[in-house]
Design a protein around this ligand. Structure first.
Ligand SMILES: [Zn+2]
Length: 210
């Protein structure tokens, strides 16, 4: 079996959403300074790097990330190549060759090139799903949608896309690096940290194929 890591590397140079805290990793104790063990402390927002959004991210009474079903976070997944697309709207999805029976879908866009290129500044003009695209995904009974930048929604229109997906129980995975992934079927395993009542959590995500 081939396993490809599609998670972003976590370090202080990882770009974060404007206004979110940067990633900090500090050494609390060091063997080289006489301690018995090396121990680090990390501080960051929960929507950092590759991460999963919980319903409570955009719905005040919504559930936390620990309630998301593992049966949705793990399973057959289709990677759709949308290189060349600027907005993922209903028209784009309708015309795309999405096979029948898809329940989990990841969108590979030009965003993945930012990760491949090691760009460390936040990009505002990333490719995202607009409201019509979110409504299309709900209508098609998609259970999980993954994107290759830090938000599923356009930079200046975060609420409609997130609310539509989260209200209908669609799991959102953000911050994937799909630069080395070709379109097609895989098995996804995406496991967000079990942070109780959190509106999101960092995750390790891999795609498996025979
Ligand atoms: Zn998020």
């Amino acid at each position: 079996m081939r396993i490809v890591d599609i998670s972003l590397p976590i370090s202080p140079s990882l770009p974060v959403w404007p206004g979110d805290p940067p990633v900090r990793i500090e050494k609390l104790s060091l063997i080289s300074e006489g301690a018995d063990a090396n121990v680090s402390q990390i501080s960051c927002g929960v929507h950092m790097g590759t991460h999963v959004d919980a319903p409570s991210h955009f719905i005040d009474s919504g559930l936390g990330v620990e309630t998301l079903a593992l049966e949705v976070l793990v399973g057959p997944t289709y990677v759709l190549d949308l290189i060349g697309v600027d907005v993922i709207d209903a028209g784009t999805l309708r015309e795309a060759a999405i096979p029948d029976g898809v329940e989990r879908i990841l969108f590979k866009t030009r965003n993945s090139m930012y990760w491949a290129g090691g760009i460390q500044t936040f990009q505002e003009d990333f490719v995202a799903v607009d409201l019509s695209g979110a409504e299309w995904l709900v209508e098609k009974k998609i259970k999980l949608v993954g994107v290759d930048y830090l938000s599923v929604a356009p930079f200046d229109a975060g609420v409609p896309t997130h609310q539509t997906l989260l209200r209908h129980g669609v799991v959102i995975v953000e911050g994937l690096d799909l630069s080395s992934i070709e379109a097609g079927w895989y098995d996804l395993a995406c496991l967000p940290l079990k942070i109780i009542a959190s509106d999101g959590a960092p995750a390790r995500a891999v795609l498996m194929s025979e």
